[in-house]
Design a protein around this ligand. Structure first.
Ligand SMILES: Nc1ncnc2c1ncn2[C@@H]1O[C@H](COP(=O)(O)OP(=O)(O)OP(=O)(O)O)[C@@H](O)[C@H]1O
Length: 297
């Protein structure tokens, strides 16, 4: 069951927070008669990495594109870096970095040429060579975009998104198609960008990615924000009972307990040495996420 924190309508909300990186109140977007975003409230703080989760068609891309100024809204208030995206001018746009799902990697230009061209659109760009270093593409500076691997193209997409020194970076499913090592390297890149002070809004279907990277996660379902929390607390995860598992007389045993430390201490007293195959677990982010969206989308 969804635990809705979204206000029913904009008039019940506080006004948008101009200090937030993104502040949304009562956002509505309709296609025909259907509201695909239906009264969504959200604040993303400056400097944080925020992951937006939700099933296919939940309204994530629509919400993000309204924030980027690429789609009109039918209702509600939105402020991105203090500005209404429907009225955002050139200097506001220059503060945004956007990494879309399909990037510019097919170009005949070299990686450095692409970055240098992109940098020329901005008043105070990063040095393209520093950006190449940051994304781990220094060795590929002279390579044509189309000769890059999928993971390298994604790094190039990020390089293009950050060369303008954005204050706010939108990352749409950034690691789709990455191998496990490339994902870990990409996560390190995202963390180093956070250390440079960049706010990031990430959409992803990878729960482990959200858990690794995000300071907070928000779950969108049916056009509303179902819950916002730190990843360890979403869906009551932090206070959910733990499950203690062990093997006894060749049989796997499980016990649910609110006091796993005491339970394990008691269990330990029954065994001469180590408790065989002892494990203590709590619901994963995926467990609580699936429960939250489980009643249809
Ligand atoms: N231009 C459009 N015209 C009509 N319907 C649209 C349009 N764009 C999106 N929709 C519908 O709006 C709903 C929300 O789409 P959106 O792309 O925001 O979802 P999403 O959460 O990003 O999904 P995904 O995880 O699949 O990317 C979907 O049902 C989609 O079919």
């Amino acid at each position: 069951m969804i635990r809705s924190t979204a206000a029913a309508s904009p008039q019940h909300s506080s006004p948008p927070d101009p200090e937030a990186a993104i502040s949304i109140r009562g956002l509505v977007k309709r296609y025909g008669d259907r509201a695909v975003v239906d009264g969504l409230d959200l604040d993303i703080h400056r400097g944080e990495i925020f992951a937006l989760l939700g099933p296919n068609g939940a309204g994530k891309t629509t919400t993000v594109e309204i924030c980027e100024g690429y789609r009109d809204r039918d209702g509600g208030e939105v402020r991105v870096l203090g500005v209404d995206p429907a009225k955002g001018g050139r200097s506001w746009k220059a503060d945004l970095g956007i990494v879309l799902q399909s990037g510019a990697g097919d170009s005949q230009l070299s990686v450095r040429e692409l970055l240098t061209a992109q940098a020329s659109y901005f008043a105070d760009p990063r040095d393209p060579d520093e950006v190449l270093e940051l994304v781990g593409l220094t060795d590929k500076a002279g390579a044509r975009g189309r000769t890059l691997s999928g993971g390298q193209r994604r790094r190039l997409d990020v390089a293009l998104g950050i060369v303008g020194r954005p204050r706010l970076l939108f990352l749409d499913e950034p690691t789709t198609g990455f191998d496990p090592e490339a994902r870990r390297q990409f996560w390190a890149l995202i963390r180093s960008l956070r250390e440079l002070g960049t706010t990031m809004l990430l959409t992803t279907h990878y729960l482990d990615e959200a858990e690794e990277l995000a300071d907070r996660v928000g779950v969108i379902a049916r056009g509303q924000l179902a819950e916002v929390a730190v990843p360890t607390a979403l869906g009551g995860r932090g206070t959910a009972p733990a499950v203690v598992s062990w093997t006894e007389d060749g049989v796997r045993r499980h016990a649910e307990t609110a006091t796993p430390t005491a339970f394990v201490a008691e269990l330990a007293a029954h065994f001469p040495g180590e408790v065989p195959d002892l494990a203590v677990s709590r619901p994963s982010l995926e467990d609580v996420y699936l429960t939250m969206i489980g009643d249809g989308s």
